[in-house]
Design a protein around this ligand. Structure first.
Ligand SMILES: Cc1ncc(COP(=O)(O)O)c(C=O)c1O
Length: 382
């Protein structure tokens, strides 16, 4: 039996040496590695500005913090996402107003956004669901019309392009995650990409307590002023050093994901009870985060048995995401959302199984995964 873990970061001697270098230097924070990582990720994505952070959640929180979002304000948030996308809004005291997904890609249903915009709406957030780019021209047009700040949640979108631009660079800013199962990792970590020098400056200050001078900018050690509130959301030197090495490998990682995705999708096409989300390959390009299969109405009730079969046969699985965010207890109790309020997101949550196409796997593994999916269905007499 093969072992196909859902996520498995690829780390080697280069990362080990990079970590050792940081430990030997004694400089674990505020050092040169974070600057190098920011420059390298900016160069990779052709971003004018990159600010490294402790996580994507921190990036999302700062995005709203720097525009002064607070009680009485509202932000449009896709229902089908990680809770972090909603929590970042709620943490400021503002309200996350959810919009259902579109069935073809799982991205926010742009047709439904305008009816949710009110005089209190200050921002519009989108998630490139599983790394498939949102139609940003339509988002930007809506934002212009209603004077909204656009936040791109790019947690699954390293290697996602929209009309030739890397994800995160069409809206006001993009928030990235380098958590271990992502396209590359820094252990925990995140970043903001933006075209705006002003936004980059505000994010940089508020990631470190609102201090006017970073550690490296101080002429007198320990002397600084604080011009506003802020957090400790910095990326440290160990994380940055890992990220610098991982960025050398990213093209290979992305190539493998795409190849694995294609092999797995082609091998599952014949199954009538399974459908597939759309992905893009061209100047608008998906990042192939996972191969999410959708079970038909007829077999969706058997999902727990199918997942159990796959797991017992060595195939790791996940679910993106387990419930639409407004169906999570916190949001349900706070805003009174009911079952059926977000039918497309609900269907994605209830009917989907995410299979790995990560770079730790090869096309032959994909054939094994496809065989196990077929075996699962036949063993359950589907
Ligand atoms: C869409 C989305 N946004 C935000 C996050 C949170 O990222 P992080 O763990 O880096 O805070 C995730 C995590 O998977 C995610 O999927």
């Amino acid at each position: 039996m093969r072992k196909i873990p859902f996520g498995m970061p690829i780390l080697g001697d280069e990362e080990l040496m990079a970590i050792k270098g940081v430990l030997d230097s004694g400089m674990l924070a505020h050092g040169p590695k974070v600057v190098e990582f920011e420059e390298k990720f900016a160069a990779y994505t052709a971003a004018p500005h990159c600010v490294a952070l402790s996580s994507c959640t921190a990036a999302l929180h700062l995005a709203y913090f720097i525009i002064g979002l607070g009680a009485g304000d509202e932000v449009i948030v896709p229902a089908q996402t990680h809770v972090a996308t909603g929590h970042a809004v709620e943490l400021t005291g503002a309200k996350a107003v959810f919009v259902d997904a579109e069935a073809q890609t799982g991205n926010i249903d742009i047709d439904q956004i305008e009816s949710k915009i009110t005089a209190n709406t200050k921002a519009l957030s989108v998630v490139h669901y599983l790394g498939t780019p949102v139609d940003m021209d339509r988002i930007v047009a809506l934002a212009k019309k209603h004077d909204l700040f656009v936040v791109e949640d790019c947690a699954l979108a390293i290697g996602t392009y929209y009309k030739g631009k890397h994800a995160g660079l069409v809206g006001d800013l993009g928030c990235f995650s380098f958590y271990p199962v992502k396209h590359f990792t820094t252990a925990e970590g995140g970043a903001v990409l933006t075209n705006s020098q002003e936004i980059a400056k505000k994010i940089t200050q508020s990631r470190a307590f609102g201090m006017d001078k970073s550690y490296r900018e101080r002429s007198v050690p320990g002397l600084y002023d604080v011009q506003g509130l802020g957090f400790n959301y910095r990326m440290n030197e160990v994380e940055s050093a890992i990220g610098i090495v991982q960025l050398d490998r990213i093209d290979g990682f992305l190539k493998k994901r795409k190849e694995n995705y294609r092999t797995l999708t082609n091998s599952l096409r014949e199954l009538e009870e399974i459908s597939h989300l759309e992905v893009y390959d061209g100047s608008s390009q998906s990042s192939y985060y996972s191969k999410t299969i959708l079970l038909s109405e007829k077999i969706a009730g058997k999902r727990p048995e199918i997942i159990a079969y796959l797991n017992e046969h060595g195939v790791g699985t996940s679910i993106y995401y387990p419930h639409p965010v407004p169906s999570m207890t916190y949001y349900r109790e706070k805003y009174g959302y009911k079952d059926g309020d977000f039918p497309v997101a609900q269907r994605l949550s209830d009917h989907s199984i995410a299979l790995s196409v990560g770079p730790h796997l090869v096309p032959d593994d994909m054939l094994y995964v496809a065989d196990q999916v077929k075996n699962a269905l036949s063993s359950l007499a589907i």
